[in-house]
Ligand binder design. Structure first.
Ligand SMILES: [Zn+2]
Length: 284
C-alpha cells in the first residue's frame, strides 16, 4: 500500500497570446491547456518529450489549439483521446497523428463525425460554452467532421513516445470507451473524467457504476506507480488519495449504503448524486 505522498505540483499560469485557451506549466515537459469558458473547464495535457510530444485530448473544437501547441513545442505531436465525449476530441481535425482506444464508439465517430444536431445539443450551446468566442470562430458553422486515426489502442498497450512510456488502461464507467494513461516514466496518471474535483457522470448512456468501481480497482493496482493525477476537468492536478475515496464511494453506491440527492443536469437528464466530498458520483 502507498507510502508517503509526494507534494502536489503547483501549476504556474503562463502568458500566451491566445483568446480562448489558458496554459499552465505543471513542470518541465508537462502543460495543462484549459478552456475556461467551458462550464466544467476542459483541461488538455501536453507532454513534451525528447523529439516528440503527446497531446491528451483536444477539447471542444473552439479556437486554434494547434497554434497554441506549436507555441509550446516544435516537436511532432501525437494526440491520444481519453474517450469520445464531444468536449474531448473537438479539435482532432487539426492534427494528423491520432491514437484512440479501439471501441465501436471511437470507430464510428472517427469515420462519420458527429451530426450537427448532436454537436449543438451536447456542446455548442449556452449551457456549456460561453462567448466571447476566439477570433475566426463562428459557432453557427461549428462541425465535428471525420478524422483519421493512425493507431488503435488496446488495454495494457505500452506506448513509447518521446522518451516516456505510457500505459493504456481501459477504465469504463463514465464512458464505455474511456481510458486512463499511466506515464510510467514520470509517474503521472492521466485520469480523464473518472477522477476529478466534481462529479463523475455515470448517469449518461454508456455509464455504469459497476464498471466504474472495477476501473477504480484496476487503478488501485497501479497506485504505487504514480505520484499525482491529471484530470480532464476543473483543477489541473489532483492528489492521488482521491482514488481510494472514489473506490470506497462506488462500493457504497453499489451496496446501497448512501442516500442520493435527486437532481437534473443542464440537459434535464435526471440523476442521483452520491456525494463523497471532493468527488461525487452521478447515476441514473
Ligand atoms: Zn469530460
Amino acid at each position: 500500500m502507498p507510502g508517503l505522498q509526494k507534494a502536489l505540483p503547483q501549476p504556474q499560469r503562463i502568458t500566451i497570446d491566445d483568446d480562448w485557451f489558458e496554459v499552465q506549466k505543471v513542470n518541465d515537459g508537462l502543460y495543462a491547456i484549459s478552456e475556461p469558458r467551458h462550464y466544467e473547464h476542459t483541461v488538455l495535457n501536453l507532454l513534451i518529450g525528447e523529439q516528440h510530444a503527446v497531446l491528451i485530448d483536444t477539447g471542444c473544437g473552439i479556437g486554434n489549439l494547434r497554434r497554441v501547441v506549436e507555441l509550446l513545442t516544435s516537436h511532432p505531436v501525437t494526440v491520444i483521446n481519453t474517450h469520445t465525449h464531444l468536449d474531448h476530441l473537438g479539435s482532432n481535425n487539426q492534427f494528423s497523428n491520432i491514437m484512440m482506444f479501439d471501441h465501436p464508439r471511437s470507430r464510428s465517430i472517427s469515420r462519420d463525425g458527429v451530426p450537427r444536431e448532436t454537436l449543438f445539443w451536447e456542446l455548442m450551446n449556452d449551457k456549456v460554452v460561453t462567448p466571447p468566442w476566439p477570433r475566426g470562430f463562428e459557432r453557427e458553422s461549428a462541425a465535428l467532421r471525420p478524422f483519421a486515426v493512425s493507431q488503435w489502442l488496446k488495454h495494457s498497450d505500452v506506448l513509447e513516445i518521446g522518451g516516456r512510456q505510457l500505459m493504456v488502461l481501459h477504465t469504463p464507467g463514465e464512458a464505455p470507451d474511456h481510458i486512463c494513461l499511466l506515464d510510467q516514466t514520470h509517474r503521472v496518471l492521466f485520469c480523464g473524467d473518472i477522477l476529478l474535483n466534481g462529479a463523475v457522470w455515470s448517469h449518461l448512456d454508456g455509464g455504469d457504476v459497476g464498471a466504474l468501481r472495477a476501473s477504480y480497482e484496476l487503478l488501485m493496482r497501479h497506485y504505487d506507480e504514480f505520484d499525482f493525477l491529471m484530470p480532464s476537468h476543473n483543477a489541473p492536478c489532483l492528489s492521488k488519495d482521491i482514488l481510494p475515496i472514489a473506490l470506497a464511494g462506488a462500493e457504497d453506491v453499489l451496496a446501497g449504503k448512501v442516500q442520493p440527492e435527486e437532481g437534473m443536469d443542464p440537459w434535464e437528464r435526471h440523476y442521483r448524486k452520491y456525494d463523497f466530498g471532493r468527488i461525487s458520483i452521478l447515476t441514473k
